[in-house]
Design a protein around this ligand. Sequence first.
Ligand code: BG6
Length: 520
Amino acid sequence: MSPAKQASGGWTNPLRDPQDRRLPRIAGPCGMVLFGVTGDLSRKKVMPAIYDLANRGLLPPGFSLVGFARRDWADQDFAQIVHDAVKANARTEFREEVWEQLSEGLRFVPGNFDDDEAFDTLRRTVEELDQQRGTDGNHAFYLAIPPAFFGDVVGQLREHGLADSGTDAWRRVVVEKPFGHDLESAQALNQVLDDVFPPGSIFRIDHYLGKETVQNILAMRFANTLFEPIWNANYVDHVQITMAEDVGIGGRAGYYDGIGAARDVIQNHLLQLLALVAMEEPTAFDAEALRIEKQKVLSSVVLPSRLDLATARGQYAPGWSGGVQVPGFLDEEGIDPHSTTESYAAVKLNIENRRWAGVPFYLRTGKRLGRRVTEVAIVFKRAPHLPFSPLSTEELTSNALVIRVQPDEGMTLRFGSKVPGTQMEIRDVNMDFAYGGSFTETSPEAYERLILDMLLGDPPLFPRHQEVELSWRILDPVLDFWARQDEEGRTPPEPYPSGSWGPASADEMLARDGRAWRRP
Ligand code: BG6
């Protein structure tokens, strides 16, 4: 290994301190093989992110991307697909010279997942790239395909000598959710991957962890003195984690029907947010230390015993979204008109540890809600005593710290302040931090960060299988409870108008606790 090559597979300038995190981290010689090139994920996220990384100078000059699919395509046809995806979805400006360099490393291998010959061709293609483009035997296999095929593909990679480079080069596998549909299937899926790749070579993508604002939760909590002293049950009344979307299920009926909002979003993105908000300080910002803390806090999460009172689910009804009339969930193309799949889910969770005892965490997500917003709101207890007349504080609510994950990235602190005038009147005001106002850099797309980290072999932002399994352990009883209700034909998902903030039962769930959802 050359002295300039890090163990992680990245390159360093020997005159620079490799510990200096302000320097750009550039991937060392490598390539990626993409399965599922015709899917939405590849075209909307993966291909554009690769171009954006190349455009930012973060990929090695010889980077190569091999597409594998059941299509009768030549390399040029694949290049056209990537080109169109980049033009339509890349974050950064299109530059001909960047595209030219990138497109020289594009190859296509046609074949089925059970086609031995195709996997032999894939192996030869990868070896040729090592010679022609200097990818040095370092290759990542990105499975942007349904999990039902993971076993076939990783089995083929092993059979055809692709899973193990046999040298000091690396081989990695990248998988996307859904990581199973319950605990049992998640364990089976993890086993399939573990049989072929060592744990350090498996990268599970939860794209929320690639978002700047999500990573900032740890920076905000653990790089400051301000927040941590009040980050506990003595001061916090409850926490609300919201991921609201204004879009419907679009063309994803095939994936979504039978999956629903809880499996699609709560099991992964929202429970990861909960873990980052609630966990203890890790000993370091590395994958193992983070896993230990996330695993610990997820192990302490318990559901209330009355699931009928601690959960809510709904389906969007026809209505208006962005001034356009939209169909209801059951009228969407590809959805079974009797489907009981939820497009909205809310759940109350308790964390049984000293820091959080008695502080409920309310999680909700839904499609076709009032607007697109993801936020974490830490709502504080009211002051134990107010030395003002009740009238003076009539408009004062609870202090709150809101982490605005998207789209308006930043943080808001809500507290009471005197209204100017001769009277003592106290009202809520907001203090804002906006990324746009404080930093000149724009935030990269989550996929840029995660693909780069994976190529660098840097795993802190990828959930480990223990976290995935614990998240299912939390959610499985809710899913079973809803399935039982469906079987008994009781309390189907409650319709809510498109463009609203979800079903009334979700509001009632908080009202029973004397609380209300925020209207972001
Ligand atoms: C995905 C879900 O993980 O996240 C989608 O499968 C959802 O249903 C998407 O639309 C939202 O991602 P973002 O980054 O736009 O909040």
